[in-house]
Design a protein around this ligand. Sequence first.
Ligand code: ACM
Length: 505
Amino acid sequence: MSEPAFQRSGLGDVIPVPADVRPDPAADFTIGPGTAIRTAPGSADAARIGELLAALLRPATGYALPVGEERGEIALLLDGDGDQDGDEGYRLDIAASGVTVRAAAPAGLFAAVQTLRQLLPAAIEAAGLQPGAWALPGGRIVDRPRFAYRGVMLDIARHFFTVDEIKSYLDSVVQFKINHLHLHLTDDQGWRLEIDGWPRLTAVSGGAGTGVDGAGPGYLTRADYTDLVTYAAERFVTIVPEIDMPGHVNAAQVAYPELTADGVAVAPRTDTEVGYSSFVAGKEETYAFIEDVVREVAALTPGPYLHIGGDEAQATTAEDYRTFIQRVLPLVAKYGKRVIGWHELAGVELPETAVAQYWRIEATDEGTARAAANGSKVIMSPADRTYLDMKYTEQSLLGLDWAGLIDVERAYGWDPADRLPGVGEEALLGVEAPLWSETLRSLADVQTMTYPRLPAVAEIGWSPRATHDWESFRDRLAAFAPRWRRQGIAFHPSPEIPWHPGAPE
Ligand code: ACM
């Protein structure tokens, strides 16, 4: 029997499971010392993705794996059919003579690279040379996503995570074809993005002691944020910045007392209560501030979205909430961005371009259904399925439990098109798994809550509904234990999963 780290993958042993898989057991291809990578002529993107693939394969194989346009048994080509493949789809042919990937756009080549990576033995993820037989299973995969938006959210307001930690997290999530990283940048405790003209936001509310229970300090400078946006774009991930308002704004009011009703400074808060702070809907200073913030965040963000929060505004009257949101919506449009808001926003009439993110646990939501009927898109993030900060079991040391316990089967066993009456397949932009960080202090904590549940949400968002199958998913997920160990990624060893063994060297 082969060592677990060299256990062969079948052609369909991929998460998210590909749309169409046709194995050909006679056509395995083995990567060898002479293998080269050939990329689409004249495409800098294809060349860059070829280098990313080579960089993934070189440490464990020890092979040179040169990348060029002239020759190579592994070909990354941009001659897909845009109508069939979309931007992220790809066709992957593995034959005894070599591997050919065809996509209509670079994002499809990147997605195919993530598939190829999973088809190799887990030892490919090792940082150093492995005694390998680097066989890829023969056959054909034709794949494209069910939904355009497959996201994960990281809360860097409650506890801050550094640029390097966020990059590392991003590297881990792209393996599962996640293509949006929503950054929750501001909350009652802290403000984590530098804004020109409002230096106290980060000097005070990004300073020492601003994390939950006095952790901290931390914030992203403009240069940090730009660096992250670029790093994400190189991996076909869109950053979605969130500035939460009109609630969850205590940190802004600590820094600038003119944003409170009476202009008197409020005390910093590092507890985890919610629903007590509010911007003042009837004060012009509020909108002058928000316009500056929206203009700057929009200018720093190449992606189409700006998330304005809108959740848990219990300290804002219904009338003020409506007034406030109706003032802010045109500001976001003025600076060229499309609004995303937590679904409470859908209580206000929204433009068709706005996106509502459903996050609660109830079985119905009138506002979200009405927004969908009016042509707005919806992102599904029901807390009882997708919230990565919920505990796995009562024994979990990390996380919260207000939306219940979420084991892997619960994270997998639902469908976004069935979740809310009036919000079917056509209304969905996609799915997102939010990770709130009240209890999470380190990257290892973040990883432990993310894995193994994020792959479940990723598969629901990418793979055709007809392929969803818990038994199959569980078996494919099991193969990630030796991969994550080699990648240095912490995960919760959920007892539901028949994990493959394989310790890192
Ligand atoms: C939320 O969990 N308050 C969106």
